[in-house]
Design a protein around this ligand. Structure first.
Ligand SMILES: *[C@@H]1O[C@H](CO)[C@@H](O)[C@H](O)[C@H]1NC(C)=O
Ligand SMILES: *[C@@H]1O[C@H](CO)[C@@H](O)[C@H](O)[C@H]1NC(C)=O
Ligand SMILES: *[C@@H]1O[C@H](CO)[C@@H](O)[C@H](O)[C@H]1NC(C)=O
Length: 597
């Protein structure tokens, strides 16, 4: 009988107060979190095989419920309390929150499309930018120290990589970690590359088996690479994607990073150029990266310099990045790249009408380099791009990359902002010795129809995605998403043991705020702020092209994709729902039992 009255009590309480079992989930890399509701503390439990996720379900009487988390509750010197209040309404699903961050997901205003999306591309959910993802790496501390010390070694070390977002957690036990970048391996905040992202079931990370974590060490706003890519996406050009991630290695906080595509990754190429389909007969499409060796005055300007493959204008500045392992780099340059450059040259010298490089996407990419002030990109300073041949379509494509030296960051910032289109590219070097030839571009623009086309492209971008009323609200929303992580990032110890470059790039919270939100000119260390650059560039170009920018942007092609659309596939929502329905079921049974007795 005692049992029954207990049930009766429980069930009436549940019925009268409308209590509901609510699940709370939080990611905590170090320490054990406790849920705090009105000073009632509920210690949370680790979810098996889902580190760093902790979970608890408690009965909640009143909605919305206010709560937050405490780490290492009651432990002297180790206790950490969230200083803000979280809130859940009655029917909200439990997302994986992150300890110490009040923003879990944030919907951003979308950008209007200037052109239809690149028709061969499919999007990976990895680049849903409505949250900051979390990456937790475990590896041998000695080996980690060795890559942080001998930064040029290119060593890849074994690593367990955990990827977590508000909806899901994925673990990759046999991944490889290495440093990423060329000159950037010399700066204090190092960039990383993660490869072999295949889980126990051979599944990749949302269709990617390798990714980069770019430090963005030269950009106090942390936003340039992202917003540049956002605009590129509205131009319908093939481009590596990126989003934000916070990184921890062996329990240590490393910082906020730009999680970005690795262009060499065959999955990326297939999803960008072939709608995710495997190429027939396992065709190994040529892929080359262009670089620049400023000290030698060598640029990868896509010019044709004869058939001798061993010249530095080929062998020093182009790298084969395709999948073939049979032929070496020299042979690939000889067999694939030089004939391509020769065809461009034939088009230039009017020996042929065939331009092997796809013209529209090339011109749009370069238009964005101009508007975005890409001082480290092809038009201004040839390097940092890929050319890719889709053999099935018999078409070469230009693919831009590396957009952190953009939007007025300190480096020839005045030239990049002020040089009119008619005089572009500016001289980046003081002594004006820059080689200004850009063979494919020069050849294309010799045709009046293409010149007109480029002007039309500029006009279209200025009226759509580069319009302030489209770009600034999105920038503001992205700033609000990453603010807490950006403020955290500047407090962290950098991992490079002996940095030799970029030592001046030490930021404060104010630098982030100024760079990301101010419309005044003065950015970090003599550069321009992001918004001032955008605003001024648009005004200057509109003046030069005699355009009037309308008060409101045009959106007749709709908006660039909303990737949060299909998020529930991978989420744990069904689990949370079950908890609620079981609860209601239990209450009902209790009620029936209590009536019967
Ligand atoms: C590439 O292979 C060719 C043919 O085997 C050889 O002659 C050449 O030396 C190799 N080049 C390099 C850079 O290894
Ligand atoms: C813009 O207008 C000015 C003056 O009317 C003219 O000289 C210039 O050629 C025009 N520019 C373009 C790109 O049409
Ligand atoms: C994106 O999709 C989600 C889910 O359908 C929706 O809630 C959100 O409002 C959409 N965002 C925009 C800006 O359209």
């Amino acid at each position: 009988m005692k049992f029954h009255s207990a049930l009766l009590l429980l069930s009436t309480r549940a019925l009268i107060t409308n209590a509901e079992l609510v699940t709370f989930k939080v990611l905590a890399v170090n320490g054990i979190p406790t849920l705090n509701i009105n000073n009632e503390h509920h210690k949370m439990e680790a979810v098996p095989d889902n580190y760093p996720l902790y979970k608890i379900s408690v009965n909640v009487d009143n909605f919305p419920v206010n709560y937050n988390y405490i780490l290492n509750d009651g432990e002297k010197d180790k206790e950490e309390k969230e200083e803000f209040t979280r809130q859940r309404t009655k029917d909200e699903y439990a997302l994986n929150e992150f300890f110490g961050r009040s923003v879990t997901i944030k919907e951003h205003p979308l950008l209007p499309k200037a052109y239809e999306s690149f028709k061969y591309a499919t999007q990976s959910k990895l680049f849903n930018d409505n949250y900051v993802a979390t990456i937790v790496i475990k590896c041998d501390p000695e080996k980690l120290k060795s890559i942080h010390t001998d930064v040029k070694s290119k060593e890849k070390i074994d690593a367990e990589v955990i990827y977590a977002n508000p909806y899901t957690i994925k673990t990759f036990k046999n991944a490889k970690l290495s440093l990423s970048g060329q000159s950037t391996v010399e700066v204090p905040k190092l960039s990383y590359k993660i490869k072999k992202l295949k889980d126990d079931k051979n599944k990749e990370l949302f269709g990617r088996s390798s990714i980069k974590l770019r430090a963005e060490h030269m950009d106090p706003s942390m936003l340039r690479e992202k917003i540049y890519t956002d605009v590129l996406n509205t131009l319908g050009v093939p481009t590596p994607q990126n989003t934000f991630a916070r990184l921890f290695i062996n329990g240590e906080p490393i910082g906020l990073f730009d999680l970005s595509d690795d262009v060499k990754n065959s999955r990326y190429l297939r999803e960008t150029f072939n709608q995710g389909e495997k190429y027939k007969d396992n065709t190994l499409n040529p892929l080359f990266k262009g670089s620049r060796i400023s000290s030698e005055g060598l640029y990868s300007n896509l010019g044709y310099y004869g058939e001798d493959v061993n010249q530095p204008v080929y062998s020093w500045v182009y790298d084969y990045k395709g999948e073939d392992k049979v032929l070496n780099k020299t042979q690939h340059i000889e067999k694939e790249l030089i004939p391509f450059l020769k065809e461009i040259d034939d088009y230039k010298t009017h020996k042929s009408d065939n331009m092997p490089l796809e013209i529209d996407t090339f011109l749009r990419s370069l238009a964005m380099e101009f508007l975005g002030g890409g001082v480290d990109n092809y038009w201004a300073n040839p390097g940092n791009f890929f050319v890719y041949k889709d053999a099935e379509k018999n078409q070469w494509f230009f693919q831009d990359c590396d957009f952190h030296y953009t939007f007025g960051v300190k480096w020839a910032e005045k030239q990049m902002l002020m040089t009119p289109l008619s005089k572009f590219p500016p001289s980046i070097l003081e002594d004006d010795k820059d080689d200004k030839t850009r063979p494919p571009l020069d050849a294309i623009l010799e045709h009046q129809e293409h010149k007109d086309k480029l002007n039309k492209i500029f006009e279209r971008i200025l009226k759509t995605s580069y319009h302030q009323n489209a770009l600034f609200p999105r920038l503001e929303s992205l700033t609000n998403l990453i603010r807490e992580d950006a403020h955290w990032d500047v407090t962290l110890t950098r991992t490079n043991v002996n940095p030799t470059h970029g030592l001046q790039n030490v930021y404060t919270i104010d630098d982030f705020e100024n760079e990301a939100t101010s419309e005044k000119p003065d950015g970090f260390s003599g550069g321009y702020t992001l918004r001032y650059f955008i605003k001024t560039k648009a005004t200057l170009l509109a003046e030069e092209l005699n355009l009037t920018i309308p008060v409101d942007y045009e959106s007749n092609l709709g908006y660039y994709e909303n990737l949060s659309f299909n998020e529930d596939e991978d989420s744990d929502r069904s689990g949370s729902l079950k908890t609620i329905s079981i609860n209601i079921f239990t209450v009902l049974i209790c009620y029936l039992v209590s009536i019967l007795f």
